[in-house]
Design a protein. Structure first.
Lengths: 374, 374
DNA sequence: TTGTATGCGTTATCAG
DNA sequence: CTGATAACGCATACAA
């Protein structure tokens, strides 16, 4: 199945040139002296609008800073402010392409605003998450953008009490009113995916969602139920499973559902972290997609057009979400942004590919609103 | 092809409960007063081995800290040290699964050692990279782990001159001796992949690698050439392309190579960032894999077993690389780790799946070493 | 417009 | 074992 490459030993140490010694960095005082001014003046040219500085003086100071390769020390500046100007990004893990994309864009947007991002991963573990939140109490960051596990409501509150702003992305915590959040319209997205399947003749539709304590888990279930109810289909509990994000519970649930006495003809995989595992299991089970089972997955990824069949998916506007999140957070850190909490919801998009088949069912309700493929 | 979900407007603001006011955090002085001791004592219990403290005194102080929810302020601590104890992680982008995995593991390993990691992405842009490196001169971090673009050798040096340690991962910079690095054995891995194809009867083998100024680009080409030369095959320049990491140059190059008068029967995609695009293009061109063209890709990803056919790939031990990188960096930041630079090279692994066909070529050299599938 | 002095929270150096 | 006190590098009232 696999073979090692490049020899037997897996590690090799190689000794090379010697490291050189560090030099002593210039301080604001050095600059002041070299420029023949006081530290206050230097400080003022550093923070542009903080006070009057004669044009030529500024020029001179700037030159000296350049020549001395002076860089203001962040630790010293932060000591005066209430908190640092960095933000923490707390995500479950980076192996999930959705989270990786979100992180990528958030880092990008943050850089554009001059703020550093310290990255932390919870691995979906509430205990680990709690530790991370506690470590953030050192005020090294001025705010946090997070995809929360769903637990630790008290610790999230504690952060805010300590003056550290919080913005939830993708998921949020229901019991925690008063925290800004950015996400897709989960209810509507799930409802639309369900309706899409209904429109194509499917009547028994399965749903694999995230844990019920996450908003993505509960709301997507809500949307699914709503769409089903709208056409008078009773919710069959056997067709739905809340599965954890990690582990193979998703695959197991998929296997269980397709082996039901009266199996579904379509399946919505609303647990982003589980689509890989579920698809692999379905394949192993010999379930043909879409002939035996139509499939729609959350969320979209580049490889989905390469698999057989190409996957129909719900794509989330990660760029937009990242932008809103960082924008809100920075606004809060700078004191602007009003006192009311902001809840931004953006639309997801259904990407039609080949994993959904049309069922030749008796009578497809002809009274459905016309939101089919364009 | 796609449809919006959840209504027309894409954004929706929702006003909710009011944010509450931040409280003033306790300082070491507050703790000292409340515990009836001096700040020195509190400082000592904070940094465990820094001085003698009576057992019961410690107990009392600890209790007060707990009760006051005291958290030492990082900015203040850092002001004394030479640099902060965080590290920066500089990667091209997180949409590349390899880099995302690396980042995930590095963050994990870092947390285990109590160090924060600030994430930065270069988007493969040398100018952007330079800006980032300059911003690091504020000594907010004590070290950097990076996948360098290949340029900015001077700026990397500058960092070290300012006392900030650097460890390269995956790629390194040839001209920069004296910087620690961790990577796979690129030459050997590429040679092994090439040999694997040779063993299966392929004689015209194409290679799509990264830019020549990156070590992954140059060394993989070296390994490929070496393997070819070892069996007396002349290197045909038409079969090899250095392509940038971003953009569709990879797809274009693939298209060009397969439409050659005498096209290759196998292709090694050694540019990790380009495999998606190249595969999509090949499919669009109607090139059947592996019937028309055998394919081996760097690096492995979970979805590769889902595509048709499942992709044979070279997997990199990201966990191991992450561990070595952070270990070396932390060692340097703590002053341990000798003066000679460390170059760690780990083995990659060939994952055999279905994208390589055996060619019924006249005479497959029977004198090859037996490193076939196990 | 510029300089002086003080504070930010912690660590480290000493003397008790 | 404990407690003053001086850095650490920068920002900022306030005085000149």
């Amino acid at each position: 199945m696999s073979q090692g490459l490049g020899g037997t030993g897996s590690i090799c140490y190689h000794r090379g040139v010697t490291n050189e010694l560090p030099a002593k960095a210039a301080t604001i005082k050095d600059v002041a002296r070299a420029a023949g001014v006081s530290v206050s003046v230097v400080s003022r040219v550093l923070n542009d609008g903080s006070g009057p500085v004669a044009p030529d003086t500024r020029e001179r100071v700037l030159a000296v800073m350049e020549q001395l390769a002076y860089r203001p020390r962040s630790a010293a500046r932060d000591l005066n402010r209430a908190t640092g100007f960095s933000v923490a990004l707390v995500v479950p893990d980076l192996t999930n392409p959705l989270f990786a994309r979100l992180a990528d864009r958030i880092v990008w947007e943050a850089r554009a605003r001059g703020v550093h991002v310290v990255l932390m991963t919870t691995q979906e573990d509430p205990y680990l998450e709690r530790e991370l939140l506690v470590s953030l109490l050192d005020r090294s960051v001025g705010g946090v953008i997070a995809i929360p596990t769903g637990e630790n409501a008290d610790h999230w509150q504690a952060l805010r009490t300590h003056g550290i702003h919080v913005v939830f992305v993708s998921r949020s915590i229901e019991s925690l009113r008063g925290i800004d959040s950015v996400s897709i319209r989960n209810t509507e997205a799930a409802a639309a995916a369900t309706t899409y399947l209904l429109d194509r003749g499917h009547r028994r539709i399965g749903l694999l969602s995230g844990p019920s304590q996450t908003t993505t888990g509960s709301r997507r279930l809500g949307g699914y139920r709503g769409a089903l109810g709208a056409v008078g289909i009773a919710d069959d509990p056997a067709l739905h499973r809340h599965v954890p994000f990690l582990g193979q519970a998703g695959a197991d649930a998929a296997a269980a559902i397709v082996s039901l006495p009266d199996p579904p003809t379509a399946l919505i995989v609303a647990n982003t972290a589980q689509v890989q595992g579920i698809l692999v299991r379905l394949r192993a089970l010999g379930v043909r997609v879409p002939d035996d089972l139509s499939v729609i997955v959350f969320d979209d990824a580049p490889w989905m057009e390469l698999v057989d069949p190409p996957l129909t998916s719900v794509r989330q506007p990660t760029d937009l979400m990242a932008m809103h999140a960082i924008e809100i957070l920075v606004a809060r850190m700078q004191g602007r942004a009003g006192s009311e909490t902001r809840t931004v919801e953006v639309s997801a998009e259904l990407i039609e590919r080949g994993s959904v088949a049309t069922r030749p069912v008796a009578a497809v309700a002809a009274t459905r609103r016309g939101d089919g493929p364009q």
